[in-house]
Design a binder for this molecule. Structure first.
Ligand code: NAD
Ligand code: DAU
Length: 342
């Protein structure tokens, strides 16, 4: 695989993958196709060698552009998306347009030119799980984590648009022989994550002297994975995964939101209770948990970043040292949340 397209490669996780490929696979050239929405940032690709990484600013739903790029490539790794649940509750349309029509446009081009396609998706397509405390075996029993066999049951406009895109890919594999794999990953953290998201929002709130905001009672659980571990898993699936298969990516990082909030506050030298409870998210998923046995046993993947507190400290340091990367957007992000009582 010498030439790959990475859609959404100027966003949080896509840019991490581009750095991962450049650092670990010197034979590969990357074309980033990114619309540079509010969530995309050229700076995320700064410092990468111009002879190995090219940024094309454009829309994945632009069929002519996509066709021209796809016919010259060996593979497409599709990250581009509208990615934030709260935004999807306010205005679902861009989620339908990019996540569904955009994916359709890419897989049609890959089908036409017989190009390998990897579809990056989310564990949210499976809906949510009960809290461990409400389960008889405390979450260790059969069916208590997501697997590739868990039925789809998405809750939000975002997760349903991602579920729709996964189903398109599955249908294109079966009916047209699309050379595709799918991965569904849990919540990522790390540098370059947009400050609308939970962890960077709280870190940058504290840095700006704003009280952090916890939705509802904070009992909701997310299964955290460092974005570098997501990238290593996607590369492995792209190069060694079996066509037509779905792989779940997760690093056994379950934490409830209140605990994450307290870790951030402690690591930033604040009192553990120095935050506000704000209005809960509509339809808020309770718990996500990934069973990644298939990925580990079939492809030999293991995560590197398994100490969540250490990962949080590094992430706090990154936002502290890169205020120039996020500060221009802080006021607008917070005023948007404030309009919604969050
Ligand atoms: P992000 O919002 O940080 O980045 C999305 C990128 O896509 C941006 O660079 C944006 O400019 C680009 N983009 C948006 N619409 C586009 C369009 N129409 N055409 C071209 N580019 C467009 O998102 P992220 O958090 O990095 O997520 C990337 C992917 O990973 C998404 O598919 C998401 O569903 C998936 N995912 C995210 C997580 C997570 O925790 N963030 C977990 C699992 C899966
Ligand atoms: O599970 C994978 C998904 O993880 C990805 O598909 C999404 O693209 C990604 O955004 C993320 O979705 P979440 O909705 O879980 O992430 P978010 O950072 O928005 O919120 C994480 C948790 O924190 C969630 O339970 C809501 C809560 N929260 C969020 C914000 C922004 C708060 O308590 N306070 C906040 O200010």
């Amino acid at each position: 695989m010498k030439n790959i397209i990475v859609t959404g490669g100027a966003g949080f996780i896509g840019s991490n993958f581009v750095h991962y490929v450049v650092n670990n696979h010197p034979e590969v050239h990357v074309t980033v196709l990114d619309k540079l929405t509010y969530a995309g940032n050229r700076e995320n690709l700064a410092g990468l060698p111009a002879d190995r990484v090219k940024l094309v600013v454009g829309d994945i739903a632009d069929a002519d552009l996509v066709d021209r790029l796809v016919q010259k490539t060996d593979a497409v790794v599709h990250y581009a998306a509208e990615s934030h649940n709260d935004n999807s509750l306010k205005d679902p349309f861009p989620f339908i347009q990019t996540n569904i029509i955009g994916t359709y446009t890419l897989i049609e081009a890959c089908r036409k030119h017989n190009v390998r396609y990897h579809h990056v998706s989310t564990d949210e397509v499976y809906g949510d799980l009960p809290l461990r405390e409400d389960l008889p075996g405390h979450g260790e029993g059969e069916g208590e984590k997501f697997t590739a066999e868990t039925p789809y049951n998405p809750s939000s406009p975002y997760s349903s648009s991602k579920a729709g895109s996964d189903l398109l890919v599955k249908a294109w594999v079966r009916s047209f022989g699309l050379q595709a794999t799918i991965s569904n990953c849990s919540n990522n953290y790390g540098p370059y994550q947009h400050i609308e998201k939970f962890i960077p929002r709280q870190i940058t709130n504290i840095l700006k002297g704003i009280r952090p905001k916890l939705y509802g009672d904070g009992k909701n659980v997310r299964d955290w994975i460092h974005t570098n571990d997501h990238s290593s898993a996607v590369w492995l699936i792209l190069t060694k995964g079996k066509i037509g298969e779905t792989y779940l990516i997760g690093a056994d990082g379950e934490e409830d939101n209140k605990t994450v909030m307290e870790i951030i506050l402690e690591e930033m030298g604040q009192s553990k209770d120095a935050y506000d409870h704000v209005k809960d998210r509509a339809g808020h998923d309770l718990r996500y948990a990934i069973d990644s046995t298939k990925l580990r046993e079939e492809l030999g993947w293991t995560p590197e970043f398994t100490n969540f507190r250490a990962g949080m400290k590094d992430t706090i340091d990154w936002y502290t040292e890169h205020e120039d990367w996020w500060s221009a957007e802080k006021e607008a992000v917070e005023s948007n949340y404030a309009k919604n009582g969050q």
